[in-house]
Each structure stands twice: as C-alpha cells, then as structure tokens.
Write a protein that binds this ligand. Structure first.
Ligand code: C5P
Length: 230
C-alpha cells in the first residue's frame, strides 16, 4: 500500500508555529503529517484534534514501549483520538505488540521501530549485548512485528529489501531520512532521494526540514511529492 503523499514531520515546539505552518497550504490540500514527541508533549491531544479537523491524516510518532497492559490502555486512548497511524518499539516484545494492536484496533495502521537508525552495529553489540549484525537484528524484529499482527516498520531505505523479503511484499516500510537531490543533509547521515525511495520499494516517506525549513514549504512539498510519484 503505497501512500502518494510524503508524510511531513511537524517537528515544531508549539501549537502556534504548527498552525502558522499548516495555514500556508491551500485548504483543499489534504496532507499526511507526523506529530512526534516534541509537539505532542508540548500541546497534547489538542494538536491532533486540530490537525484532524483540517482533514489531514496523522501519524502519531510516540514509539510506545512499556508493559503490555499499559501499552494496550494507551493505544485505546490514541484510537479515540482518531490517529491514522502510530507506533511502538518492537523491543517491547510480541506480547506487547499484540496488546498494542488490541488497544488500537484494526482501523488505523500500527507499525514498529526495529533498531533506531541512530544505533550503530557496534553500539547494538556492546550496549544491547545483541551479538549479531544490525541487518540480522532488524530482520528479526521485523519478522516478530509481522507475527504480532502489526502492519509494518519504520526503517532506513537500505533495509526495505531485506524486510520485505523476511516478511511480505505488503508489509509496510516507512522511511525517514529523505532529501531531495541537492538539499542540505542536516544531521541525517545516510540519505535517500524520494525517487530512490520509490525504486527501493518504500511505502511511505517522511520528510521534515526540507519542507518545514524551506522558504516556500508548499513548493518544496509539491516538488518532493512530484519526485516521489514520478
Ligand atoms: O527533518 P528530517 O527530514 O530529518 O526529519 C525526519 C523525521 O523523521 C524526524 O521527525 C525524525 O525524528 C524522524 N526519524 C528519523 N529517523 C528515524 C526515525 C524517525 O529521522 N529512524
């Protein structure tokens, strides 16, 4: 299930900045946005209800990771907010992911983080004491995520092929770290263009600063959307 709208990461510190940003887009342009910890912790559910009231789709990126019962209850709350997609850490285990699914229901998309892309293989082996390759660990978590009945994972574009091979073609891969050709990389080390992400088989791309920090966010969004769908 490929989503033709790039997901815009609303990495803003407060409600007002978010509102000003969203108002730049024509009313009829229905966006898919990502609300992460910063904005959600700053504004709470108000920012979700506001964004939904404009007709946009919302990926609430809160990466839940707790005991199954707590995650299930929290997911029940998020379902009531009407978010279209949310996520957990696969490291919480299959039982936790199943509980998340029960709480969130089947209508929205529920995905998992495998290994954060900020984690290197050395860190994983040393700190998490997982004595395998990073690719193996990602593959393992992706399989467990599918087994738990979730819809897909957040992953780097480099991992899409191995994840689909280990799970199924319709297991969703959502990839951040996207930069249009010629753009600033910021702190992203390994970047992929929207066109490359399409070729690699990503189902969703997440783009933040190339749109939010652009002088003309609407034009930047349209250009990236065009490249993603061309
Ligand atoms: O501004 P930029 O396009 O780098 O933003 C990417 C967004 O995706 C940010 O919200 C970041 O937290 C998120 N993300 C990421 N890499 C991951 C998971 C999430 O960049 N592995």
């Amino acid at each position: 299930m490929r989503e033709d709208r790039p997901i815009i990461a609303l990495d803003f510190p407060d409600f007002e900045t978010t509102k000003v940003f969203l108002e730049k887009f024509p009313k009829e342009e229905k966006l898919y946005v990502k609300i992460g910890m910063e904005l959600y912790y700053a504004c709470g559910s108000q920012v979700v209800t506001y964004t939904k009231s404009l007709g946009h789709s919302v990926f609430l990126d809160l990466k839940l990771h707790d005991i199954p019962n707590t995650v299930k209850s929290a997911m029940t709350v998020l379902r009531k907010l009407g978010v279209d997609m949310t996520n957990v850490h696969a490291a919480g285990g299959v039982e936790m992911m199943r509980a998340a699914r029960q709480g969130f229901g089947d209508e929205g998309l529920l995905i998992a983080v495998t290994q954060l892309t900020s984690t290197s293989q050395e860190q994983m082996q040393d700190f998490q004491n997982i004595q395998t390759s990073l690719a193996d660990s990602v593959r393992h978590y992706a399989k467990k995520t599918a087994e738990a009945g979730l819809d897909g994972v957040v992953c780097s574009a480099q991992e899409v092929a191995l994840i689909k091979e280990a799970t199924a073609d319709d297991f969703l891969c959502l990839t951040p770290g996207i930069r249009p050709s010629g753009a600033e990389n910021g702190d992203q080390k390994r970047v992929t263009t929207p066109g490359q992400a399409r070729e690699i088989g990503s189902d969703f791309i997440v783009v933040g600063r190339p749109i939010t920090q652009s002088e003309d966010p609407v034009a930047a969004y349209q250009a990236i959307k065009g490249e993603w769908n061309s």
